[in-house]
Design a binder for this molecule. Structure first.
Ligand SMILES: [Zn+2]
Length: 61
């Protein structure tokens, strides 16, 4: 596991981008991968809180 990747709170899959979501069944904010995001988005009470990226400090070329 590298520091540049986060892992999904639901399936533990690591990736460079996570989506911040919550729903009625997941009342606490979670960071999830794109696959789990679409699953949570289909639930009742779904809310979207933004994205986070591992390489946000990457230098511009
Ligand atoms: Zn996931």
């Amino acid at each position: 596991m590298t520091e540049s990747d986060f892992s999904c709170d639901l399936c533990r899959l690591a990736g460079p981008v996570q989506y911040r979501v919550c729903s009625h069944s997941e009342p606490q904010w979670k960071f999830v991968c794109r696959t789990c995001w679409t699953r949570v988005a289909a639930q009742q009470g779904y809310r979207y809180g933004g994205t986070r990226k591992a390489d946000r400090r990457r230098r511009k070329r």
